[in-house]
Design a protein around this ligand. Structure first.
Ligand code: ADP
Ligand code: ASP
Ligand code: MG
Length: 420
């Protein structure tokens, strides 16, 4: 018997009529022979933010353990509502919280990692003919405390469950028809991708495309789980995340992503060979601050400027730590620029072609956009530009790289039917 995991995001279960629509979709799916499904659900759209504000309006810094108890309730509501809707349609269904589904995590509240899943309870439900409806985004640690996996974490639950249950496929249902060459809510000319490789999707997700959580892509890649992103609201075969070897085409550039939630810290005029640098990055790491890009500019033979990017929300702490180290670094000062955006150009074909960085500079220069920082890897180039230009930069780079030749044709109706 075929077993699939179907995950429904916040907008897909955003109100009662949408939850009923999801119940209908599941009923249609299992009405055909030899089909079993495990559903994973997010909290209703806006609910996790509402709970977060509730906690923060109660106290300025909620205790992490209690914040996770609070946030986990959002998903629990949806599991019960969807299970009820399925039961009303004559389908045997049962809701499962993270702990009932035995999803074990470490103890990092609000960003816990799944360690193991004991599938006994879920398998029992499946054998009994039930559709298990599992709460995404949550688990339980060794001390029996509820944990959450970080924003967007229901995607991780879905793929990890698919791996643990040895499911045939995992579907991520969302409010767009799949993964596009750029965020379709920003770039109306963005094209739907029929396929994308794991490596590219990891870059897409980490560099801003929130359509899939990066750790869910990691699980799909590590456990070889066929992963599909598709729309809850319209027909279509969506985007398949596949092994590089299975790609039908390898465009030089597959897509463009952006992030506007990072800040740049600059340490100015310090001796280039400063031994205190190691100490600075060590101290930042000890405080749990994630450093992204690092660049050195203005080297005059003796003194230099060093800039690095951090998450906006960690920038005040990062600046404080850096400023405290200014005397030790023998620098002139340290300051923070929050008005930056990071735009990334991603494509597996960059492995075999050069010249992408040059074309990025040309395209941005035409719009008078200054590039403040640049970093590259085998399959991506990221640039930092002033935040006010982020949208223009996305459009410019999208039209410079994602040309007509890379258009992915609309799938035939036959394919749609066979892939659903
Ligand atoms: P869900 O609530 O279903 O988990 P998310 O809001 O987390 O949905 O992710 C879907 C959103 O991701 C889309 O509405 C879209 O605006 C955004 N997005 C960003 N980049 C992309 C991209 N390259 N392709 C598709 N969607 C993208
Ligand atoms: N409800 C959680 C969030 O809003 C998890 C998810 O939707 O994936 O981040
Ligand atoms: Mg999401």
């Amino acid at each position: 018997m075929d077993l699939v995991v179907k995950k429904f995001g916040g907008t897909s279960v955003g109100d009662i009529s949408k939850i009923q629509g999801v119940a209908d979709l599941i009923v249609r799916y299992i009405s055909q022979k030899n089909r079993r499904v495990v559903a994973v659900v997010s909290a209703m759209a806006g609910e996790t933010n509402r709970l977060l504000h509730l906690g923060r309006s109660c106290v300025a810094s909620p205790v992490p353990r209690e914040l996770d108890v609070l946030l986990s309730t959002g998903e629990q509501v949806t599991t019960a509502l969807l299970a009820m809707a399925l039961c009303e349609r004559g389908v045997k269904a049962k809701s499962f919280s993270g702990w009932q589904a035995n999803i074990s995590t470490d103890r990092n509240f609000s960003r816990a990692h799944i360690k193991a899943i004991d599938t006994k309870a879920l398998n029992q439900a499946l054998e009994g003919g039930f559709v298990p409806v599992v709460a995404g985004f949550q688990g339980i640690d060794d001390e029996g405390d509820i944990t959450t996996l970080g924003r967007g974490g229901s995607d991780i639950t879905a793929v990890a469950l698919a791996a643990a249950l040895k499911a045939d496929r995992c579907y991520i249902y969302t409010d767009v028809p799949g993964v596009f060459t750029a965020d379709p809510s920003v770039c109306s000319s963005a094209k739907l991708l029929r396929q994308i490789s794991h490596e590219e999707m990891l870059e897409f997700s980490s560099l801003g495309a929130k359509v899939l959580h990066p750790r869910s892509v990691y699980f799909a890649m590590a456990y070889n789980i066929p992963l599909v992103v598709k729309s809850t609201f319209q027909e279509g075969s969506g985007t398949w995340i596949v092994k590089e070897g299975k790609l039908m085409e390898k465009p030089i550039v597959t897509g463009i992503t952006y992030r506007t939630d990072e800040a740049k810290i600059t340490v100015s005029k310090l001796p280039a060979a400063s031994s205190a640098f190691g100490a600075l990055f060590k101290r930042l790491a000890n405080e749990g601050i994630f450093i992204d890009m690092i660049t050195q500019t203005g080297f005059d033979g003796k003194l230099t400027d060093i800039s690095f990017t951090v998450l906006d929300e960690q920038s005040s702490l990062a600046l404080e730590i850096t400023q405290n180290l200014v005397p030790e670094l023998r620098a002139q000062g340290a300051f923070c620029d929050r008005n930056i955006a990071k735009i990334s150009v991603i494509g597996i074909g960059m492995r075999y072609h050069t010249g992408v960085a040059a074309r990025i500079f040309e395209a941005l220069a035409k719009e008078d956009i200054a590039v403040e920082m640049i970093s590259t890897s085998e399959i991506k180039v990221s640039v930092v530009v002033p935040r006010k230009y982020w949208e223009v930069a996305v459009h410019t780079l999208h039209s410079a790289f994602v040309g007509e030749d890379l258009t992915i044709e609309k799938e035939s109706q036959d394919e749609i039917r066979s892939a659903v």
